[in-house]
Design a binder for this molecule. Structure first.
Ligand SMILES: *[C@@H]1O[C@H](CO)[C@@H](O)[C@H](O)[C@H]1NC(C)=O
Ligand SMILES: *[C@@H]1O[C@H](CO)[C@@H](O)[C@H](O)[C@H]1NC(C)=O
Ligand SMILES: *[C@@H]1O[C@H](CO)[C@@H](O)[C@H](O)[C@H]1NC(C)=O
Ligand SMILES: *[C@@H]1O[C@H](CO)[C@@H](O)[C@H](O)[C@H]1NC(C)=O
Ligand SMILES: *[C@@H]1O[C@H](CO)[C@@H](O)[C@H](O)[C@H]1NC(C)=O
Ligand SMILES: *[C@@H]1O[C@H](CO)[C@@H](O)[C@H](O)[C@H]1NC(C)=O
Ligand SMILES: *[C@@H]1O[C@H](CO)[C@@H](O)[C@H](O)[C@H]1NC(C)=O
Ligand SMILES: *[C@@H]1O[C@H](CO)[C@@H](O)[C@H](O)[C@H]1NC(C)=O
Ligand SMILES: *[C@@H]1O[C@H](CO)[C@@H](O)[C@H](O)[C@H]1NC(C)=O
Ligand SMILES: *[C@@H]1O[C@H](CO)[C@@H](O)[C@H](O)[C@H]1NC(C)=O
Length: 771
């Protein structure tokens, strides 16, 4: 595609976005968040500061008071208020205001998994420390009356816990497993949904993610007998604190920030956020802001990478202080088999909880079941809504081309089941409303032919069975890097960028920094069985009658809590490790994915977590606050902004922080470089520091595995450590000519090995992606 055209398109959308913010002269106040970095010193009352700021922007005492929605002030300094565009401008001029951004809605990134990861029920645990770990869940609430949250045998909440348990509609209280629960609905979205105004889980998502982290072992857990086994969380001794920030209409920025503000102050150890929105600048994004202040307090935030794969440049939640989690597959699939009257058998990936009541059912196809007296819109062969006749469908199994929600249509017409055929089969098994399965085009053609050539065609669809599958692979829906849209738009003047594009946009020249962030690692997120709410049906469909204590769902939403639990497990052995050290341990010990597609390397990070190995990584790539400061300096944030972010009286000056050494400017356990332009020569340098966390004396040697097009030098290639916690520096120099024709990505691997530990970092070089 023509690059200049794409830039023009991008430019238009930027200008359009700008005019929506600035050019809307509507008199209606809209909710905004005014973010001011860290808490001011003890001498200033946050609420007074907010009030005074609002007053100078609005100019009227009583309107200012009415406009304020919420003051955040436990863990960072911000408030939410209803503002007019010119008031937003006025607030942005204040020197203590870091950002003002419209309140937007984010989305949820909708039992064998722990065994597959090597975490058997008898895995070595430090139960005493594990039971003092509190995992904060930003989610849809929790359904307490569920065996996974039984607190039998648990002592009281750890002493550090300062949180609350709010009771209310369908939520009678917490226990020693779920020690805290709060809900936030600051702008009262969609009151029409009649959701419980309490921490009760009306959706199921929050119950599912919470039990994945820390549910107790429950025997005989299944979805109508499917996936029957013991369901349990990764750290069953740990405690859960739930922050309900998501509702039927989404998860607003205001609610998310309120959840973070409380969770950090309440004393959680790990935060799990299976939510994402459109990529934004770091400090206009509630998850990036919340997780930054969490990181400052030693709390690691695990986030889902998003479900927009396999397209590249779709990854979300990429701030380097976040653990960005992709979804991988486990060694189990849910297959639904069918049999025709002529004995032909086939199967596909769906979850059908129904056992057939008859040996065979009459079979027809969409083409034959068309409503001839109906309108001719739509495609009867694809069983489009409104194209079929109930007389022809009732009691029959219907064969349809394509696979777009036909179970819903055929159920309405009282059909007995659906066989769909598609050339683009997904790896994800979705729960169907009636007996249904999906076959490939070749099998579909045979079924169609059988229907056309047989007098009384018949078929039966069996209940879903689990089968073994090869794994791990990246789930097809898991979002891929790189993050292509800028996270930091700056006016021209900063020239130390690795890659930039000039865009002429309403007379201003902007430099778009092309961010090169990727998911960090992968964790199981495909077809995961975990606890569910009884306040919703298993498909969320109101006419579905099925309610179950356990449900099977997929998404990076399911991967994120697996990684959060793995982080909690590592923390229970190493309570003093920083969030960056824990993340590094999980990344450098991850298992590379076995099965790959073209863009897997941009989506799987270092591979699938291996929690037991992560306990003993040998070396870690740590990052202190000063590394993040130098990273932010490199990103173009200035001393004033960084001062606000960090708080305190200290003055920061980017020239003191050697900003931006090398290609990425941060001590990361993976290395990614995007070429400056398509087919330019490859040239990148990564500066790294590793900290020894293994044995006192050790010698690590570097081994690089790389395709012939890359020349990779590690300097020095031997690191000698004499004491624990010793640090050593090295650099990785990557060079090469233009990439071979048709190549988008080149992947290599750096491994430090002392013969007891293998510390792995992926090195990825890729062409720029333009849209
Ligand atoms: C301002 O924005 C609102 C909603 O975004 C829209 O309904 C309204 O028409 C806009 N007004 C103008 C003058 O553009
Ligand atoms: C509890 O949930 C049920 C089912 O969703 C609902 O009918 C009922 O009104 C709720 N109870 C309260 C007190 O909100
Ligand atoms: C699940 O498995 C257990 C033990 O194998 C068995 O007793 C139980 O009946 C099974 N439950 C279902 C619903 O299949
Ligand atoms: C066929 O379509 C017509 C027009 O939409 C509708 O009135 C009729 O009920 C349909 N017939 C059947 C059997 O579904
Ligand atoms: C109907 O839909 C199927 C599946 O999407 C497609 O292959 C077929 O070409 C469509 N037929 C018509 C007439 O549009
Ligand atoms: C079966 O018959 C339908 C309707 O006449 C037709 O659209 C379809 O192509 C036929 N399929 C095969 C495999 O012959
Ligand atoms: C720092 O950046 C902010 C926001 O971009 C800007 O308003 C401010 O003037 C800058 N300060 C300095 C000292 O450059
Ligand atoms: C930061 O330090 C540099 C070099 O030490 C100095 O020239 C500059 O004036 C300082 N900037 C600020 C804002 O203090
Ligand atoms: C690379 O591929 C393009 C289009 O496929 C072709 O035009 C070009 O000649 C190729 N270049 C080389 C060096 O093979
Ligand atoms: C690295 O160390 C591991 C032990 O953790 C050993 O099994 C492996 O063979 C070593 N690899 C290399 C390349 O030396």
């Amino acid at each position: 595609m023509d690059m200049s055209q794409n830039l023009l398109a991008l430019c238009f959308s930027l200008c359009l976005a700008a005019s929506l913010v600035h050019g809307n002269s509507s008199n209606e106040r809209k909710p905004y968040i005014v973010y001011m970095g860290d808490l001011p010193g003890a001498e200033i009352s946050v609420a007074d500061e907010h009030h005074n700021l609002l007053l100078t922007a609005i100019g009227d005492e009583s309107i200012a008071r009415e406009s304020k929605i919420y003051s955040y002030g436990k863990s960072f300094n911000a408030f939410a208020a209803r503002l007019l565009p010119h008031e937003v401008e006025r607030l942005l001029e204040k020197e203590n205001v870091m950002s003002v951004f419209a309140n937007t809605r984010n989305k949820l990134h909708t039992t064998r998994s722990w065994d597959f990861l090597g975490m058997t029920e008898t895995v070595n645990r430090r139960l005493k420390l594990e039971s003092s770990i509190i995992v904060g869940m930003m989610d849809t609430g929790i359904y307490m009356n569920c065996p996974s949250f039984n607190d039998e045998g648990y002592g009281p909440a750890p002493l550090k816990w300062k949180g609350k348990c709010v009771t209310g509609a369908n939520f009678t209280g917490c226990n020693n497993k779920v020690i805290g629960a709060k809900y936030y609905n600051l702008d009262n979205i969609d009151p029409g949904f009649q959701e419980n105004q309490s921490p009760a889980d009306d959706d199921g998502h929050g119950t599912h993610t919470s039990s994945t982290v820390a549910g107790v072992a429950v025997k005989g857990a299944s979805l109508y007998g499917i996936a029957n086994g013991t369901a349990r969380g990764g750290v069953p001794a740990a405690r859960i604190a739930i922050y309900k920030v998501c509702w039927g209409g989404g998860c607003t920025d205001m609610d998310l920030l309120a959840g973070f503000d409380d969770a950090i102050a309440d004393g959680v150890d790990i935060i799990s956020v299976s939510i994402g929105g459109n990529p934004r600048k770091y400090f206009e994004d509630p998850i990036a802001i919340g997780s930054f202040h969490a990181m400052k307090k030693g709390i690691l935030t695990s986030c889902s990478a998003g479900n927009q794969g396999p397209s590249p440049s779709t990854v979300q939640n990429v701030a380097p202080w976040i653990m960005t989690v992709a979804a991988s597959t486990i060694d189990r699939q849910f297959r639904t088999a069918l049999k025709l009257g002529n004995g032909m058998e086939a199967s596909g990936l769906t979850i059908s909880t129904f056992s057939p009541k008859k040996e065979m059912y009459p079979l027809t196809s969409g083409a034959h079941a068309a409503n001839l007296s109906g309108n001719n819109y739509g495609n009867a062969s694809a069983c489009d809504y409104g194209t079929l006749s109930m007389d022809n469908v009732k009691g029959r199994i219907v064969y349809c081309l394509g696979d777009s929600g036909q179970d819903y249509t055929i159920r309405e017409l009282k059909g007995a089941g659906v066989i769909s055929s598609t050339g683009a089969q997904s790896d994800t098994a979705l729960t169907t409303l009636i007996p249904a399965t999906i076959v490939n085009l070749n099998e579909g053609h045979k079924i169609d032919h059988y229907i056309n050539t047989t007098k009384n065609p018949q078929a039966v669809i069996y209940k879903t069975r689990t089968v073994k599958a090869s794994a791990p692979a990246l789930a097809s829906f898991s979002s891929r890097g790189p993050q292509s849209i800028t996270l930091n738009i700056l006016k021209v003047g900063h020239v130390d960028f690795l890659a930039y594009i000039h865009i002429y946009c309403s007379l201003h020249i902007y430099v778009l920094k092309v961010c090169i962030r990727q998911p960090d690692l992968a964790a199981p997120g495909l077809d995961i069985l975990a606890a569910y709410t009884r306040l919703a049906t298993i498909t969320g469909e109101p006419n579905d009658k099925r309610i179950s204590a356990f449900n099977i769902i997929s998404g990076t939403s399911m991967a994120c809590p697996h990684a959060a639990a793995a982080a909690a497990y590592v923390k229970s052995f190493h309570p003093d490790w920083s969030p960056a050290a824990i993340k590094s341990a999980l990344m450098t010990t991850a298992t590379p994915l076995k099965i790959k597609d073209d863009l897997s390397d941009l989506g799987s990070g270092s591979g699938q977590i291996n929690p037991r190995k992560a306990l003993y990584p040998g070396l870690v790539y740590d990052n202190s606050m000063s590394s993040y400061i130098s990273f932010l300096c490199k990103e173009g944030y200035n001393s004033t902004t960084i001062g606000l972010l960090i708080g305190g009286k200290k003055k920061y000056n980017c020239s003191d922080y050697k900003p931006g050494q090398g290609t990425d400017g941060i001590n990361y356990p993976s290395m990614h470089a995007q070429l400056k332009t398509i087919n330019s020569r490859i040239s990148a340098v990564f500066y790294r520091t590793v900290t020894q966390v293994g044995y006192g004396k050790s010698v690590y040697k570097a081994t690089v595995t790389s395709p012939k097009y890359l020349s990779i030098k590690v300097v020095p290639d031997t690191l000698t450590f004499t004491v624990l916690h010793q640090k050593q520096n090295f650099k990785v120099v990557v060079k090469g000519g233009p990439m071979p024709n048709g190549t988008q990505i080149l992947s290599a691997l750096l491994e430090w090995n002392d013969s007891k530990h293998s510390v792995r970092s992926p090195i990825i070089v890729f062409q720029p992606f333009y849209y």
